[in-house]
Design a protein around this ligand. Sequence first.
Ligand code: ZN
Length: 177
Amino acid sequence: MSILKVSRLGHPVLRQVTQNVSPRELESPALQKLIDDMVETMKEYDGVGLAADQVHESKQIAVLEVADNPRYPQKPNVPLTVLINPKITPLSEEIEDDWEGCLSVPDLRGRVPRYKSIRVQAWDRSGNELDFVADDFHARVIQHEFDHLHGKVYLDRMRDFSTLTFLQEFARYWMQP
Ligand SMILES: [Zn+2]
């Protein structure tokens, strides 16, 4: 496995809509290795999610895992999940604002409105159908990664930039005790 270079804001790949993955492509060793490398890259940089365009591959693949993450303490754990060609449907109009950061937008945090509860339909890395409900932080991570796959970053979703803050100032002024 390898740790991949993460694309940063300004790289055009982050603004492209990613390509669907075919069942045949999903079976290929190259794509399975890409998934392994994405998982390793996410863990290396303490991410809770990573989309393929964040490692310069314009494909509908996202990985996520929340496990005692130092960048997001006090968040509920989410098992390692691979989403291929995901679709999401909001289950209610309820919106929640909370902090997000992004490995492609280093050193910054901002408050982003997201649906509180969503239905997620996708394939897993073996091509099995996934269909589940995600709530709260879990739903937030999936919406963040889904946006990446459609050429969006969290800055596009912020109501305004009044909460945009560097991590050092976040720790000093915004972190809840
Ligand atoms: Zn991101």
